[in-house]
Design a protein around this ligand. Structure first.
Ligand code: GNR
Ligand code: NI
Length: 176
């Protein structure tokens, strides 16, 4: 199975609003498998389809970090198709976020502490569940991608521009 190239900011393709998935078929399951492989290899804990150039309302998450003690080889893959937020807590939780499309840049972002989400899985089955902790943070980060939003958009313009400048510089150094 091929690793998919991950699109990086400021690529305008990351700003596209993703379209609902119409049918959960073998083509989609192939994309899901490739997305997991790409996410694990990166490594990352989440990946939205738009980050690999597919503007579909599909994202994958696995919070298990292989480096973590006891986490070696333990996988907890989750698939979210056409996810929606039914309810969100007023209380916020701040977490230092990163993004595979904004490599090596991190910033504290405040999001709802818990959400009630609704989605379809890779078997086409519907779910509605209250989600908290890191999964709530990650799911909100991934759902932002479906709207063309990056975590740096939650920062002040000054901080966002600083991150984008650092990213540009890192790219220049890599190309040289
Ligand atoms: O790997 C990732 N880590 C992460 C850490 C904190 C909050 C969100 C994330 S998601 C990110 C992978 C990614 O870019 N998903 O879109
Ligand atoms: Ni991201």
């Amino acid at each position: 199975m091929p690793l998919l190239p991950i699109i990086e900011a400021p690529d305008p393709r990351l700003r596209v609003i993703s379209k609902p998935v119409e049918s959960v078929d073998d083509d989609l399951r192939k994309l899901i498998a490739d997305m997991f492989e790409t996410m694990y290899a990166a490594p990352g804990i989440g990946l939205a389809a738009i980050q690999v150039g597919a503007p579909k309302r599909l994202l994958v998450i696995d919070l298990q970090e292989p480096e973590e003690e006891g986490g070696e080889g333990v996988r907890d893959p989750r698939v979210f198709i056409n996810p929606e937020i039914v309810e969100a807590s007023e209380e916020l939780r701040t977490y230092q976020e990163g993004c595979l499309s904004v490599p090596d840049q991190y910033a504290d972002i405040a999001r709802a502490d818990w959400i009630v989400a609704r989605w379809i899985d890779e078997k086409g089955e519907a779910h509605e569940q209250r989600i908290d902790g890191l999964l709530a943070t990650c799911l909100q980060h991934e759902m932002d991608h479906l709207e063309g939003i990056l975590f740096i958009d939650h920062l002040s313009r000054l901080k966002r521009d600083m991150v984008l400048k650092k990213l540009e510089k890192a790219k220049r150094l890599k190309a040289a």
